[in-house]
Design a protein around this ligand. Structure first.
Ligand SMILES: Nc1ncnc2c1ncn2[C@@H]1O[C@H](COP(=O)(O)OP(=O)(O)OP(=O)(O)O)[C@@H](O)[C@H]1O
Ligand SMILES: [Mg+2]
Length: 249
């Protein structure tokens, strides 16, 4: 049976303001689903609420029908749902290997070694860096560590917030390859991505969220042909090469 992550009528309030409003969406195993929308739309708060990091004011989250809404972040990961928050939040003072070990702290040691090995298998370029402090790595390498940390819990569903933000095109290409390889496993992936065209290229389905509400759900092709909604999905950048900001490899 195909497993599914379901978010049903989820609302989240921050500082008394509803920032995620009655959102329902699904991600199936082996599917890349993008969640697009302008700055402040509620994408990151949605990810944090699904991951159990911030409270929900209404609605539920389930995996294959099993309600995980009330679980703490560690339990959400154990239920198969791992989030990679915005801004590759690695433990800067710890080595790469200790970052992975910290992510797998709940695992028995033999299992942790296996899980770390699998994560290094996805990112072989991290192996020679395993004894380096994560904070000394480039932005792209740190994003790989953040993704590898999520992989240590062997997720069935992966929520990646701003995967390519600030990274060089060559690194973004590498991360896209990884996303597609994980999809083939089959992991279900929710991708939040500033480069709308890139997201649409690799997504099976997409959602557009604006002011906390889902505005569009459907195929990337249909979204591409709807200029008004496509416009609202943009953050003002179209492709990596067009970005003027500093990039990091
Ligand atoms: N700590 C906070 N205190 C008050 N308001 C907040 C806080 N964090 C987020 N918000 C508000 O919640 C809303 C949703 O923010 P969120 O970070 O989820 O947006 P986003 O879609 O991820 O945007 P971006 O594309 O900029 O990352 C915004 O209106 C934001 O101002
Ligand atoms: Mg965000």
């Amino acid at each position: 049976m195909n497993s599914t992550l379901s978010v049903s009528a989820l609302s989240v309030a921050v500082g008394g303001k509803t920032v995620v409003n009655n959102v329902s969406l699904t991600v199936a195993a082996g599917e890349v689903v993008s969640l697009l929308g302008p700055n402040g739309a509620g994408k990151s708060e949605l990810v944090l609420a699904v991951a159990g990091v911030i409270p929900k004011t209404a609605g539920s989250v389930s995996v294959n029908g099993a309600d995980i809404s009330a679980l703490a972040p560690q339990k959400v990961r154990e239920a198969g749902v791992a989030a990679v928050p915005e801004g590759h939040q690695v433990l800067a003072g710890l080595t790469v290997d200790d970052n992975l070990a910290a992510a797998g702290a709940a695992l028995a040691s033999a299992e942790l070694e296996l899980s770390k090995d699998e994560a290094y298998g996805v990112f072989p370029e991290l192996r020679p860096l395993s004894r380096q402090a994560a904070g000394s790595l480039s932005g792209g390498q740190q994003q790989m560590v953040a993704l590898a940390q999520a992989l240590v819990s062997r997720p069935r569903f992966l929520l990646i917030d701003e995967m390519s933000l600030g990274l060089a095109p060559v690194i973004i290409e590498r991360l896209v390859d990884v996303v597609l390889a994980l999809k083939a496993r089959p992991i279900g992936i929710m991708l939040i991505e500033q480069f709308t065209h890139l997201a649409l290229e690799i997504s099976d389905r997409c959602y557009v969220i604006n002011q906390g509400r889902i505005q569009y759900e459907g195929s990337p092709d249909r979204l591409k042909s709807d200029p008004e909604i496509l416009h609202s999905a943009y953050l003002g950048v179209s492709e990596p090469a067009a970005v003027g900001q500093a990039v990091s490899v």
